[in-house]
Design a protein around this ligand. Structure first.
Ligand SMILES: [Zn+2]
Length: 572
Protein backbone atom coordinates (compact mmCIF):
# COMPACT_ATOMS: atom_id res chain seq x y z
CA UNK A 1 0.00 0.00 0.00
CA UNK A 2 2.94 2.29 0.59
CA UNK A 3 4.16 1.45 -2.92
CA UNK A 4 0.75 2.23 -4.31
CA UNK A 5 0.82 5.61 -2.60
CA UNK A 6 -2.20 4.81 -0.41
CA UNK A 7 -0.52 5.37 2.96
CA UNK A 8 2.51 7.05 4.40
CA UNK A 9 5.11 4.81 6.08
CA UNK A 10 4.44 6.72 9.33
CA UNK A 11 0.80 5.59 9.23
CA UNK A 12 2.02 1.99 9.01
CA UNK A 13 4.18 2.47 12.10
CA UNK A 14 1.23 3.94 14.02
CA UNK A 15 -1.04 1.12 12.84
CA UNK A 16 1.47 -1.56 13.86
CA UNK A 17 1.56 -0.12 17.37
CA UNK A 18 -2.26 0.14 17.48
CA UNK A 19 -2.59 -3.40 16.14
CA UNK A 20 -0.37 -4.93 18.78
CA UNK A 21 -2.10 -2.98 21.55
CA UNK A 22 -5.57 -4.07 20.44
CA UNK A 23 -4.61 -7.52 19.23
CA UNK A 24 -5.72 -6.93 15.68
CA UNK A 25 -4.15 -7.37 12.29
CA UNK A 26 -2.31 -4.58 10.56
CA UNK A 27 -5.05 -4.18 7.95
CA UNK A 28 -7.76 -3.90 10.60
CA UNK A 29 -5.73 -1.31 12.48
CA UNK A 30 -5.20 0.78 9.34
CA UNK A 31 -8.94 0.80 8.76
CA UNK A 32 -9.74 1.53 12.42
CA UNK A 33 -7.39 4.50 12.36
CA UNK A 34 -8.97 5.78 9.17
CA UNK A 35 -5.70 5.55 7.19
CA UNK A 36 -7.10 3.45 4.35
CA UNK A 37 -10.45 1.98 3.40
CA UNK A 38 -11.36 -1.63 3.98
CA UNK A 39 -11.49 -2.09 0.21
CA UNK A 40 -7.90 -0.92 -0.12
CA UNK A 41 -6.82 -3.49 2.44
CA UNK A 42 -8.72 -6.21 0.60
CA UNK A 43 -7.09 -5.17 -2.69
CA UNK A 44 -3.63 -5.21 -1.10
CA UNK A 45 -4.25 -8.63 0.45
CA UNK A 46 -5.51 -9.98 -2.86
CA UNK A 47 -2.37 -8.78 -4.57
CA UNK A 48 -0.15 -10.17 -1.81
CA UNK A 49 -1.77 -13.62 -2.05
CA UNK A 50 -2.11 -13.52 -5.82
CA UNK A 51 -5.90 -13.68 -5.75
CA UNK A 52 -8.51 -11.82 -7.71
CA UNK A 53 -10.14 -8.86 -5.90
CA UNK A 54 -13.93 -8.70 -6.17
CA UNK A 55 -15.86 -5.44 -5.82
CA UNK A 56 -19.19 -6.74 -4.54
CA UNK A 57 -20.95 -3.46 -5.14
CA UNK A 58 -20.02 -3.35 -8.80
CA UNK A 59 -20.18 -7.09 -9.34
CA UNK A 60 -22.78 -8.51 -6.95
CA UNK A 61 -23.09 -12.26 -6.71
CA UNK A 62 -26.00 -14.18 -8.15
CA UNK A 63 -28.45 -14.77 -5.27
CA UNK A 64 -29.36 -18.19 -6.62
CA UNK A 65 -25.76 -19.31 -6.07
CA UNK A 66 -26.04 -18.88 -2.30
CA UNK A 67 -27.43 -22.37 -1.87
CA UNK A 68 -24.17 -23.88 -3.18
CA UNK A 69 -22.68 -23.64 0.30
CA UNK A 70 -24.51 -24.67 3.47
CA UNK A 71 -25.94 -21.70 5.38
CA UNK A 72 -24.06 -22.46 8.59
CA UNK A 73 -20.70 -22.20 6.79
CA UNK A 74 -21.64 -18.95 5.07
CA UNK A 75 -22.81 -17.39 8.31
CA UNK A 76 -19.89 -18.59 10.40
CA UNK A 77 -17.02 -18.00 7.98
CA UNK A 78 -18.38 -15.42 5.56
CA UNK A 79 -17.60 -17.37 2.42
CA UNK A 80 -19.78 -16.59 -0.58
CA UNK A 81 -20.31 -19.04 -3.46
CA UNK A 82 -20.14 -17.62 -6.97
CA UNK A 83 -20.64 -20.58 -9.31
CA UNK A 84 -20.00 -24.29 -9.52
CA UNK A 85 -18.82 -26.27 -12.53
CA UNK A 86 -18.58 -29.97 -11.89
CA UNK A 87 -16.17 -30.34 -9.01
CA UNK A 88 -14.94 -26.79 -9.32
CA UNK A 89 -16.39 -24.11 -7.01
CA UNK A 90 -15.68 -20.39 -7.28
CA UNK A 91 -15.92 -18.66 -3.91
CA UNK A 92 -15.36 -15.23 -2.41
CA UNK A 93 -13.40 -15.21 0.83
CA UNK A 94 -12.36 -12.44 3.20
CA UNK A 95 -9.32 -13.96 4.87
CA UNK A 96 -6.70 -15.70 2.74
CA UNK A 97 -5.01 -17.05 5.88
CA UNK A 98 -8.08 -18.92 7.10
CA UNK A 99 -6.95 -22.22 5.61
CA UNK A 100 -9.08 -24.19 8.04
CA UNK A 101 -12.32 -22.90 6.54
CA UNK A 102 -11.10 -23.59 3.03
CA UNK A 103 -10.06 -27.11 3.98
CA UNK A 104 -13.38 -27.86 5.62
CA UNK A 105 -15.21 -26.55 2.55
CA UNK A 106 -13.15 -28.76 0.25
CA UNK A 107 -13.82 -31.68 2.51
CA UNK A 108 -17.55 -31.13 3.07
CA UNK A 109 -18.40 -30.35 -0.54
CA UNK A 110 -15.73 -32.46 -2.18
CA UNK A 111 -14.71 -29.69 -4.57
CA UNK A 112 -11.71 -27.76 -5.83
CA UNK A 113 -11.83 -24.14 -4.81
CA UNK A 114 -11.02 -21.04 -6.79
CA UNK A 115 -10.91 -18.05 -4.47
CA UNK A 116 -11.31 -14.34 -4.93
CA UNK A 117 -11.15 -11.81 -2.13
CA UNK A 118 -13.58 -9.13 -0.93
CA UNK A 119 -13.81 -6.80 2.07
CA UNK A 120 -15.32 -8.44 5.16
CA UNK A 121 -17.97 -5.75 5.75
CA UNK A 122 -19.18 -6.07 2.16
CA UNK A 123 -19.49 -9.84 2.48
CA UNK A 124 -21.24 -9.46 5.84
CA UNK A 125 -23.71 -7.05 4.23
CA UNK A 126 -24.51 -9.58 1.50
CA UNK A 127 -24.94 -12.38 4.05
CA UNK A 128 -27.12 -10.24 6.25
CA UNK A 129 -29.25 -8.93 3.42
CA UNK A 130 -29.80 -12.44 2.16
CA UNK A 131 -30.62 -14.11 5.44
CA UNK A 132 -32.45 -11.17 6.95
CA UNK A 133 -35.11 -11.47 4.24
CA UNK A 134 -35.55 -15.04 5.28
CA UNK A 135 -35.59 -14.05 8.94
CA UNK A 136 -38.33 -11.54 8.35
CA UNK A 137 -40.39 -14.17 6.61
CA UNK A 138 -40.02 -16.50 9.53
CA UNK A 139 -40.92 -13.81 12.05
CA UNK A 140 -44.06 -12.71 10.25
CA UNK A 141 -44.78 -16.29 9.32
CA UNK A 142 -44.35 -17.56 12.87
CA UNK A 143 -46.74 -14.99 14.24
CA UNK A 144 -49.38 -15.72 11.61
CA UNK A 145 -48.93 -19.49 11.94
CA UNK A 146 -49.45 -19.15 15.64
CA UNK A 147 -52.48 -16.94 15.16
CA UNK A 148 -54.05 -19.44 12.79
CA UNK A 149 -53.52 -22.43 14.97
CA UNK A 150 -56.64 -21.62 16.90
CA UNK A 151 -57.92 -22.90 20.15
CA UNK A 152 -56.33 -26.29 20.22
CA UNK A 153 -52.93 -24.72 20.16
CA UNK A 154 -53.76 -21.96 22.59
CA UNK A 155 -55.04 -24.44 25.15
CA UNK A 156 -51.67 -26.11 25.30
CA UNK A 157 -49.58 -22.99 25.13
CA UNK A 158 -51.61 -20.16 26.51
CA UNK A 159 -52.43 -21.89 29.71
CA UNK A 160 -48.79 -22.79 30.03
CA UNK A 161 -48.49 -23.29 33.72
CA UNK A 162 -45.20 -23.45 35.46
CA UNK A 163 -44.62 -27.07 34.56
CA UNK A 164 -45.40 -27.00 30.88
CA UNK A 165 -43.52 -23.75 30.46
CA UNK A 166 -40.62 -25.49 32.12
CA UNK A 167 -40.79 -28.24 29.52
CA UNK A 168 -40.61 -25.68 26.75
CA UNK A 169 -37.16 -24.77 27.86
CA UNK A 170 -35.76 -28.28 27.66
CA UNK A 171 -35.90 -31.53 25.77
CA UNK A 172 -35.90 -32.66 22.21
CA UNK A 173 -38.92 -30.73 21.01
CA UNK A 174 -37.42 -27.44 22.03
CA UNK A 175 -36.47 -26.17 18.59
CA UNK A 176 -39.79 -27.11 17.07
CA UNK A 177 -41.99 -25.47 19.69
CA UNK A 178 -43.61 -22.49 18.00
CA UNK A 179 -43.21 -20.20 21.00
CA UNK A 180 -39.50 -20.95 21.08
CA UNK A 181 -39.32 -20.15 17.39
CA UNK A 182 -41.20 -16.92 17.91
CA UNK A 183 -38.92 -15.79 20.72
CA UNK A 184 -35.82 -16.65 18.71
CA UNK A 185 -37.22 -14.79 15.70
CA UNK A 186 -37.89 -11.66 17.79
CA UNK A 187 -34.36 -11.71 19.18
CA UNK A 188 -32.59 -12.27 15.88
CA UNK A 189 -34.64 -9.66 14.12
CA UNK A 190 -33.71 -7.13 16.82
CA UNK A 191 -30.02 -7.99 16.60
CA UNK A 192 -30.00 -7.71 12.82
CA UNK A 193 -31.64 -4.31 12.85
CA UNK A 194 -28.88 -2.93 15.12
CA UNK A 195 -31.19 -2.58 18.15
CA UNK A 196 -29.74 -1.85 21.55
CA UNK A 197 -32.70 -3.26 23.44
CA UNK A 198 -35.98 -5.12 23.05
CA UNK A 199 -39.05 -4.14 25.06
CA UNK A 200 -41.82 -6.69 25.53
CA UNK A 201 -44.74 -4.89 27.08
CA UNK A 202 -48.13 -6.45 27.91
CA UNK A 203 -51.06 -4.16 27.16
CA UNK A 204 -54.80 -4.61 27.58
CA UNK A 205 -55.38 -6.32 24.23
CA UNK A 206 -51.94 -7.37 22.96
CA UNK A 207 -48.27 -7.59 23.82
CA UNK A 208 -46.33 -4.76 22.28
CA UNK A 209 -42.79 -5.46 21.01
CA UNK A 210 -40.54 -2.45 20.56
CA UNK A 211 -36.92 -2.21 19.48
CA UNK A 212 -34.64 0.67 20.34
CA UNK A 213 -32.45 1.63 17.37
CA UNK A 214 -29.96 4.50 17.65
CA UNK A 215 -31.61 5.47 20.92
CA UNK A 216 -35.14 5.74 19.60
CA UNK A 217 -37.90 3.18 20.27
CA UNK A 218 -39.68 1.73 17.24
CA UNK A 219 -42.73 -0.47 17.45
CA UNK A 220 -42.09 -3.51 15.31
CA UNK A 221 -44.71 -6.14 15.97
CA UNK A 222 -47.37 -7.27 18.40
CA UNK A 223 -47.88 -10.65 19.91
CA UNK A 224 -51.46 -11.83 20.45
CA UNK A 225 -52.51 -11.46 24.09
CA UNK A 226 -53.08 -15.19 24.54
CA UNK A 227 -49.40 -15.91 23.93
CA UNK A 228 -48.27 -13.46 26.57
CA UNK A 229 -47.65 -15.97 29.34
CA UNK A 230 -45.79 -18.47 27.21
CA UNK A 231 -43.52 -15.88 25.60
CA UNK A 232 -42.67 -14.28 28.92
CA UNK A 233 -42.12 -17.65 30.60
CA UNK A 234 -39.86 -18.75 27.78
CA UNK A 235 -37.72 -15.62 28.09
CA UNK A 236 -37.57 -15.93 31.87
CA UNK A 237 -36.39 -19.54 31.58
CA UNK A 238 -33.76 -18.58 29.00
CA UNK A 239 -32.43 -15.84 31.26
CA UNK A 240 -32.33 -18.01 34.36
CA UNK A 241 -35.14 -16.28 36.27
CA UNK A 242 -37.63 -17.95 38.55
CA UNK A 243 -40.79 -18.23 36.45
CA UNK A 244 -43.03 -18.76 39.46
CA UNK A 245 -42.09 -15.32 40.79
CA UNK A 246 -44.28 -12.81 39.02
CA UNK A 247 -44.78 -10.05 41.55
CA UNK A 248 -41.20 -8.99 42.09
CA UNK A 249 -38.67 -7.45 39.72
CA UNK A 250 -36.01 -9.89 38.54
CA UNK A 251 -32.77 -9.75 36.57
CA UNK A 252 -31.14 -12.36 34.38
CA UNK A 253 -28.84 -12.97 31.49
CA UNK A 254 -29.02 -14.81 28.18
CA UNK A 255 -26.10 -15.86 26.01
CA UNK A 256 -27.20 -16.70 22.51
CA UNK A 257 -25.63 -17.36 19.14
CA UNK A 258 -27.32 -15.08 16.63
CA UNK A 259 -25.98 -15.60 13.13
CA UNK A 260 -22.22 -15.72 13.42
CA UNK A 261 -22.11 -13.77 16.66
CA UNK A 262 -22.30 -14.87 20.27
CA UNK A 263 -24.34 -12.19 21.99
CA UNK A 264 -25.04 -11.45 25.65
CA UNK A 265 -28.36 -10.04 26.77
CA UNK A 266 -29.14 -8.50 30.13
CA UNK A 267 -32.78 -9.16 30.90
CA UNK A 268 -34.98 -7.49 33.48
CA UNK A 269 -38.58 -8.29 34.40
CA UNK A 270 -40.89 -5.78 36.03
CA UNK A 271 -44.43 -6.55 37.23
CA UNK A 272 -47.08 -4.28 35.72
CA UNK A 273 -50.84 -3.92 35.58
CA UNK A 274 -51.27 -6.07 32.45
CA UNK A 275 -48.53 -8.55 33.38
CA UNK A 276 -44.77 -8.60 33.59
CA UNK A 277 -42.91 -6.53 31.05
CA UNK A 278 -39.44 -7.58 29.96
CA UNK A 279 -36.52 -5.57 28.66
CA UNK A 280 -33.65 -7.34 26.93
CA UNK A 281 -30.60 -5.15 26.67
CA UNK A 282 -28.22 -6.32 23.96
CA UNK A 283 -24.61 -6.17 25.12
CA UNK A 284 -22.42 -5.89 22.09
CA UNK A 285 -18.78 -6.58 22.78
CA UNK A 286 -17.68 -4.64 19.70
CA UNK A 287 -19.08 -1.39 21.12
CA UNK A 288 -16.80 -1.85 24.12
CA UNK A 289 -13.74 -2.35 21.98
CA UNK A 290 -14.16 0.85 20.09
CA UNK A 291 -11.13 3.05 20.20
CA UNK A 292 -11.20 6.65 21.30
CA UNK A 293 -11.08 7.48 17.57
CA UNK A 294 -14.64 6.21 17.16
CA UNK A 295 -16.26 8.26 19.94
CA UNK A 296 -16.69 11.34 17.77
CA UNK A 297 -14.25 13.91 19.20
CA UNK A 298 -13.22 16.92 17.15
CA UNK A 299 -9.40 16.99 16.83
CA UNK A 300 -8.86 19.58 19.61
CA UNK A 301 -11.04 17.72 22.14
CA UNK A 302 -9.48 14.41 21.13
CA UNK A 303 -6.03 15.71 21.90
CA UNK A 304 -7.13 17.13 25.30
CA UNK A 305 -8.92 13.88 26.17
CA UNK A 306 -5.85 11.78 25.38
CA UNK A 307 -3.73 14.06 27.55
CA UNK A 308 -6.13 13.97 30.50
CA UNK A 309 -6.48 10.19 30.62
CA UNK A 310 -2.71 9.81 30.69
CA UNK A 311 -2.30 11.76 33.92
CA UNK A 312 -0.88 9.70 36.78
CA UNK A 313 -3.52 10.72 39.32
CA UNK A 314 -6.65 12.72 39.97
CA UNK A 315 -10.29 12.10 39.11
CA UNK A 316 -11.90 12.34 35.69
CA UNK A 317 -15.69 12.55 35.70
CA UNK A 318 -17.97 11.86 32.76
CA UNK A 319 -21.48 13.23 33.19
CA UNK A 320 -24.80 12.96 31.42
CA UNK A 321 -28.17 11.23 31.72
CA UNK A 322 -28.64 7.46 31.35
CA UNK A 323 -27.99 6.39 27.76
CA UNK A 324 -25.60 9.22 26.94
CA UNK A 325 -22.72 6.86 26.20
CA UNK A 326 -20.70 7.48 29.40
CA UNK A 327 -19.75 3.82 29.84
CA UNK A 328 -18.60 3.50 26.22
CA UNK A 329 -16.34 6.53 26.65
CA UNK A 330 -14.81 5.22 29.86
CA UNK A 331 -14.34 1.75 28.40
CA UNK A 332 -12.58 3.26 25.40
CA UNK A 333 -10.26 5.17 27.76
CA UNK A 334 -9.54 2.08 29.87
CA UNK A 335 -8.99 -0.02 26.77
CA UNK A 336 -6.34 2.45 25.63
CA UNK A 337 -4.65 2.45 29.04
CA UNK A 338 -4.87 -1.33 29.53
CA UNK A 339 -1.26 -2.51 29.32
CA UNK A 340 0.55 -5.27 31.19
CA UNK A 341 2.44 -2.78 33.36
CA UNK A 342 -0.72 -0.99 34.53
CA UNK A 343 -3.10 -2.41 37.12
CA UNK A 344 -6.71 -1.48 36.47
CA UNK A 345 -9.53 -2.30 38.88
CA UNK A 346 -13.19 -1.52 38.31
CA UNK A 347 -16.32 -1.46 40.47
CA UNK A 348 -19.36 -1.60 38.22
CA UNK A 349 -23.09 -2.07 38.46
CA UNK A 350 -23.27 -4.28 36.47
CA UNK A 351 -20.09 -5.36 34.66
CA UNK A 352 -21.15 -4.88 31.04
CA UNK A 353 -18.11 -6.26 29.26
CA UNK A 354 -15.14 -8.30 30.33
CA UNK A 355 -11.75 -6.92 29.41
CA UNK A 356 -8.77 -9.24 29.44
CA UNK A 357 -6.24 -8.11 32.02
CA UNK A 358 -8.55 -5.90 34.08
CA UNK A 359 -9.94 -6.78 37.49
CA UNK A 360 -13.64 -6.09 37.28
CA UNK A 361 -15.89 -6.35 40.31
CA UNK A 362 -19.68 -6.22 40.22
CA UNK A 363 -21.73 -4.38 42.82
CA UNK A 364 -24.24 -6.61 44.64
CA UNK A 365 -26.12 -4.60 47.20
CA UNK A 366 -28.09 -7.61 48.53
CA UNK A 367 -24.99 -9.29 49.86
CA UNK A 368 -23.41 -6.06 51.03
CA UNK A 369 -20.98 -5.70 48.14
CA UNK A 370 -21.55 -1.99 47.70
CA UNK A 371 -19.49 0.62 45.85
CA UNK A 372 -17.73 1.93 49.02
CA UNK A 373 -16.87 -1.58 50.24
CA UNK A 374 -15.43 -2.62 46.88
CA UNK A 375 -13.57 0.67 46.61
CA UNK A 376 -11.90 0.31 50.00
CA UNK A 377 -10.74 -3.23 49.31
CA UNK A 378 -9.60 -2.18 45.83
CA UNK A 379 -7.23 0.35 47.28
CA UNK A 380 -5.48 -2.41 49.23
CA UNK A 381 -4.64 -4.08 45.91
CA UNK A 382 -2.37 -1.25 44.79
CA UNK A 383 -4.01 -0.33 41.48
CA UNK A 384 -2.84 2.46 39.17
CA UNK A 385 -6.22 3.12 37.66
CA UNK A 386 -9.66 2.76 39.22
CA UNK A 387 -13.06 2.93 37.58
CA UNK A 388 -16.03 3.55 39.87
CA UNK A 389 -19.17 2.97 37.83
CA UNK A 390 -21.10 5.82 39.35
CA UNK A 391 -20.80 8.34 42.16
CA UNK A 392 -24.21 8.21 43.81
CA UNK A 393 -23.62 9.50 47.30
CA UNK A 394 -21.23 11.09 49.74
CA UNK A 395 -19.62 7.85 50.84
CA UNK A 396 -18.55 6.76 47.34
CA UNK A 397 -17.49 10.28 46.37
CA UNK A 398 -15.37 10.62 49.51
CA UNK A 399 -13.42 7.39 48.96
CA UNK A 400 -12.98 8.18 45.24
CA UNK A 401 -11.60 11.65 46.05
CA UNK A 402 -9.22 10.24 48.63
CA UNK A 403 -7.98 7.65 46.12
CA UNK A 404 -7.44 10.37 43.50
CA UNK A 405 -5.29 12.32 45.95
CA UNK A 406 -3.15 9.33 46.91
CA UNK A 407 -1.64 8.54 43.53
CA UNK A 408 -4.48 6.86 41.66
CA UNK A 409 -6.13 7.85 38.43
CA UNK A 410 -9.87 7.56 39.06
CA UNK A 411 -12.61 7.46 36.43
CA UNK A 412 -16.27 7.80 37.34
CA UNK A 413 -19.63 9.14 36.23
CA UNK A 414 -22.18 11.55 37.67
CA UNK A 415 -25.72 12.45 36.64
CA UNK A 416 -25.45 16.13 35.84
CA UNK A 417 -26.50 17.91 32.67
CA UNK A 418 -23.31 19.86 32.07
CA UNK A 419 -19.68 19.71 33.11
CA UNK A 420 -19.43 22.67 35.54
CA UNK A 421 -22.49 21.38 37.48
CA UNK A 422 -20.45 18.36 38.55
CA UNK A 423 -18.44 20.65 40.82
CA UNK A 424 -21.51 22.06 42.55
CA UNK A 425 -23.01 18.56 42.78
CA UNK A 426 -19.96 17.23 44.62
CA UNK A 427 -20.07 20.17 47.01
CA UNK A 428 -23.82 19.70 47.50
CA UNK A 429 -23.45 16.07 48.53
CA UNK A 430 -20.99 17.15 51.19
CA UNK A 431 -17.49 16.80 49.75
CA UNK A 432 -15.10 19.32 51.26
CA UNK A 433 -14.25 22.19 48.86
CA UNK A 434 -10.48 21.60 49.18
CA UNK A 435 -10.96 17.97 48.11
CA UNK A 436 -13.02 18.93 45.06
CA UNK A 437 -10.60 21.65 44.05
CA UNK A 438 -7.51 19.47 44.34
CA UNK A 439 -8.75 16.01 43.28
CA UNK A 440 -10.84 16.77 40.18
CA UNK A 441 -8.71 16.99 37.02
CA UNK A 442 -11.37 17.21 34.38
CA UNK A 443 -15.08 16.79 33.79
CA UNK A 444 -16.72 15.89 30.53
CA UNK A 445 -20.45 16.12 29.80
CA UNK A 446 -21.69 14.16 26.82
CA UNK A 447 -24.73 13.09 24.81
CA UNK A 448 -25.20 10.72 21.89
CA UNK A 449 -26.45 12.12 18.62
CA UNK A 450 -27.74 10.13 15.66
CA UNK A 451 -25.60 10.48 12.55
CA UNK A 452 -27.09 11.33 9.15
CA UNK A 453 -27.53 8.16 7.08
CA UNK A 454 -24.86 8.12 4.36
CA UNK A 455 -27.12 6.20 2.04
CA UNK A 456 -29.76 8.94 1.76
CA UNK A 457 -27.79 12.05 2.72
CA UNK A 458 -28.79 15.17 0.78
CA UNK A 459 -28.80 18.92 1.10
CA UNK A 460 -31.28 20.12 3.72
CA UNK A 461 -33.36 22.60 1.75
CA UNK A 462 -35.60 24.04 4.44
CA UNK A 463 -34.24 23.42 7.92
CA UNK A 464 -36.45 24.81 10.68
CA UNK A 465 -34.85 28.15 11.69
CA UNK A 466 -36.05 27.54 15.25
CA UNK A 467 -33.46 24.78 15.76
CA UNK A 468 -30.74 26.73 13.99
CA UNK A 469 -31.31 29.66 16.35
CA UNK A 470 -31.08 27.35 19.37
CA UNK A 471 -27.65 26.35 18.09
CA UNK A 472 -26.62 29.98 17.83
CA UNK A 473 -26.56 30.40 14.07
CA UNK A 474 -27.00 34.05 13.04
CA UNK A 475 -29.83 35.29 10.82
CA UNK A 476 -27.31 35.51 8.02
CA UNK A 477 -26.13 31.91 8.51
CA UNK A 478 -29.73 30.66 8.73
CA UNK A 479 -30.49 32.34 5.41
CA UNK A 480 -27.38 31.32 3.50
CA UNK A 481 -26.00 28.28 5.33
CA UNK A 482 -25.84 24.87 3.72
CA UNK A 483 -27.02 22.02 5.91
CA UNK A 484 -27.53 18.33 5.36
CA UNK A 485 -30.03 15.69 6.41
CA UNK A 486 -31.10 12.16 5.48
CA UNK A 487 -34.10 11.88 3.18
CA UNK A 488 -34.98 8.47 4.63
CA UNK A 489 -34.32 5.12 2.98
CA UNK A 490 -34.69 1.42 3.59
CA UNK A 491 -31.27 1.17 5.18
CA UNK A 492 -32.17 3.58 8.00
CA UNK A 493 -35.81 2.52 8.51
CA UNK A 494 -36.77 5.84 6.92
CA UNK A 495 -35.42 7.74 9.89
CA UNK A 496 -32.67 9.52 7.91
CA UNK A 497 -30.16 8.51 10.61
CA UNK A 498 -27.75 5.61 10.90
CA UNK A 499 -25.46 5.02 13.89
CA UNK A 500 -24.57 7.38 16.69
CA UNK A 501 -21.62 9.28 18.08
CA UNK A 502 -20.96 11.64 20.95
CA UNK A 503 -21.00 15.38 21.41
CA UNK A 504 -18.81 16.60 24.23
CA UNK A 505 -18.26 19.39 26.73
CA UNK A 506 -14.76 18.86 28.05
CA UNK A 507 -13.76 21.00 31.00
CA UNK A 508 -10.19 20.67 32.27
CA UNK A 509 -9.58 22.26 35.67
CA UNK A 510 -7.20 25.20 35.86
CA UNK A 511 -6.12 27.37 38.76
CA UNK A 512 -9.08 29.73 38.42
CA UNK A 513 -11.62 26.90 38.41
CA UNK A 514 -9.90 25.30 41.41
CA UNK A 515 -10.07 28.52 43.33
CA UNK A 516 -13.74 29.00 42.46
CA UNK A 517 -14.49 25.45 43.60
CA UNK A 518 -12.53 26.05 46.79
CA UNK A 519 -14.63 29.16 47.49
CA UNK A 520 -17.93 27.45 46.65
CA UNK A 521 -18.55 29.90 43.82
CA UNK A 522 -22.02 29.87 42.23
CA UNK A 523 -22.62 27.74 39.12
CA UNK A 524 -22.83 30.77 36.81
CA UNK A 525 -19.29 31.79 37.85
CA UNK A 526 -17.99 28.27 37.24
CA UNK A 527 -19.60 28.19 33.81
CA UNK A 528 -18.10 31.51 32.83
CA UNK A 529 -14.64 30.46 33.99
CA UNK A 530 -14.93 27.07 32.24
CA UNK A 531 -15.77 28.76 28.93
CA UNK A 532 -12.79 31.04 29.44
CA UNK A 533 -10.53 27.95 29.55
CA UNK A 534 -11.66 27.12 26.02
CA UNK A 535 -14.38 24.65 26.98
CA UNK A 536 -16.95 24.21 24.23
CA UNK A 537 -20.47 23.57 25.50
CA UNK A 538 -22.52 20.62 24.27
CA UNK A 539 -24.40 23.04 22.01
CA UNK A 540 -21.14 24.46 20.62
CA UNK A 541 -19.85 20.98 19.82
CA UNK A 542 -23.22 19.97 18.36
CA UNK A 543 -23.14 23.06 16.20
CA UNK A 544 -19.72 22.05 14.84
CA UNK A 545 -21.17 18.66 13.96
CA UNK A 546 -24.10 20.27 12.15
CA UNK A 547 -21.72 22.43 10.15
CA UNK A 548 -19.61 19.42 9.15
CA UNK A 549 -22.71 17.44 8.14
CA UNK A 550 -22.45 14.74 10.82
CA UNK A 551 -25.96 15.43 12.09
CA UNK A 552 -28.95 17.76 11.86
CA UNK A 553 -29.88 20.87 13.89
CA UNK A 554 -32.99 19.21 15.33
CA UNK A 555 -31.04 16.16 16.46
CA UNK A 556 -28.58 18.28 18.46
CA UNK A 557 -31.49 20.21 19.94
CA UNK A 558 -33.31 16.99 20.81
CA UNK A 559 -30.47 15.64 22.91
CA UNK A 560 -29.19 18.85 24.47
CA UNK A 561 -32.28 20.80 25.34
CA UNK A 562 -34.17 19.22 28.19
CA UNK A 563 -37.53 20.78 27.56
CA UNK A 564 -38.09 21.53 23.92
CA UNK A 565 -41.31 23.45 24.63
CA UNK A 566 -39.41 26.04 26.62
CA UNK A 567 -37.22 26.65 23.60
CA UNK A 568 -40.22 26.85 21.31
CA UNK A 569 -41.91 29.49 23.38
CA UNK A 570 -38.66 31.42 23.71
CA UNK A 571 -37.93 31.53 20.01
CA UNK A 572 -41.43 31.96 18.63
ZN1 LIG B 1 -31.08 6.39 4.92
Amino acid sequence: MVDWGLVEPSAITAALEYASRNQMRLGEALVALGSVSEDDVAKALASQFDLEYRDLERHPIDASAISLIPEDIIRRHFVLPVERRDSHLKVIITDPLDLETLDSLRFRLNVDLECSLAALSKVKAVVQAHFQDQQKDTLDGTISDLTQMGTQMSETLMGADVQSAGRLGMGEEESSAPIVKLVTAIISSAVQSRSSDIHIEPMADRVRVRYRIDGVCLERESIPKRMQNSVISRLKIMSGMDIATKRLPQDGRIKLAVGAEEIDFRVSALPGYHGESLVLRILRPETAQLGIEALGFEPDDHERFERIIRRPNGIFLVTGPTGSGKTTTLYAALNTLNRPDVKIITAEDPVEYNFPGMNQCEVQEEIGRTFPIILRSMLRQAPNIILVGEIRDYEVADVAMAAALTGHLVFSTLHTNDAPSAITRLLDIGIKPFLVSSAVQAIMAQRLIRKICDNCREEYKNPDPKFLKVLGFSEQEVATGRFQHGAGCEKCNNSGYHGRQGIFELCAMNSELRELAFNRAPLSELKRAAKATGMRTLLDDGRRKVVSGVTTPEEVTRVTVQDIEVVESETD
